[in-house]
Design a protein around this ligand. Structure first.
Ligand SMILES: NC(=O)c1ccc[n+]([C@@H]2O[C@H](COP(=O)([O-])OP(=O)(O)OC[C@H]3O[C@@H](n4cnc5c(N)ncnc54)[C@H](OP(=O)(O)O)[C@@H]3O)[C@@H](O)[C@H]2O)c1
Length: 191
């Protein structure tokens, strides 16, 4: 598999990413963090402006997006589910598992797909940690603890290295609504 798999997540100090079907810090909004997510997942590789990026997500992550914001615009939205028999209303594609989703991109749809972004939840992130291919992890470290019931897996230093900087990603401390956070980017080591 030659495509880079890009994962993006915002995570509390204890690894929490979700609570009761929403983000742990809900109802506080981190608008600039959301803009960071949108900019990264929408922006295509120079020269690939005729294509769209792909976002792949689990069924519960799809459900966690407010209906008015679904599908995530300017991106091809693929939802993973073993139960559903058709894409949920508004989604572009349904896949039974991650390899099937990635195979969709190598078919006719592949002609239109540029970057691949895996946007959650927990089991897909865990699967990617074990997938031997080039991967990048775009992690927002939320520097405040909130109750969580869904978690991001540990990032193994044997598999990933934290990049000292990444083009277009600020290394400055961010703060919104009294919540501080930092952007980090990890790159997989050679499998
Ligand atoms: N902080 C963040 O950056 C972030 C990012 C994403 C989500 N979240 C939060 O995390 C929570 C949702 O995540 P979650 O982990 O609970 O659920 P999820 O992974 O989004 O959805 C779980 C469901 O998706 C399907 N699924 C997931 N992985 C699959 C796979 N590899 N193959 C086939 N189907 C798969 C299954 O659907 P079926 O049961 O239909 O088979 C599974 O029950 C919410 O609270 C959300 O707000 C936070």
């Amino acid at each position: 598999m030659s495509r880079v798999l890009n994962c993006i997540v915002a995570v509390c100090p204890d690894g929490g990413i979700g609570y009761k079907g929403d983000l742990p810090w809900h109802p506080t909004r981190l608008n600039n963090e959301f803009k960071h997510f949108r900019r990264l997942t929408v922006t295509r590789t120079p020269g690939a402006e005729d294509k769209q990026n792909v976002v792949i997500m689990g069924r519960k992550t799809w459900n966690s997006i407010p209906e008015k914001n679904r599908p995530l615009n300017d991106r091809i939205n693929i939802v993973l589910s073993r139960q559903l028999e058709a894409p949920p209303s508004g989604a572009h594609h349904l896949a039974r598992d991650l390899p099937s989703a990635l195979r969709l991109l190598d078919g006719p749809e592949g002609l239109l797909a540029d970057q691949v972004w895996l946007i959650g939840g927990s089991s897909m992130y865990s699967e990617v940690m074990e997938t031997p291919c080039p991967r990048r992890l775009f992690v927002t470290r939320i520097l405040k603890q909130f109750p969580s019931d869904t978690f991001f897996p540990d990032i193994s230093p044997a598999q990933f290295r934290l990049l000292p900087e990444y083009p277009g990603v600020s290394s400055e401390l961010q703060e919104e609504n009294g919540i501080q956070y930092r952007f980090q980017v990890y790159q997989s080591l050679d499998p």
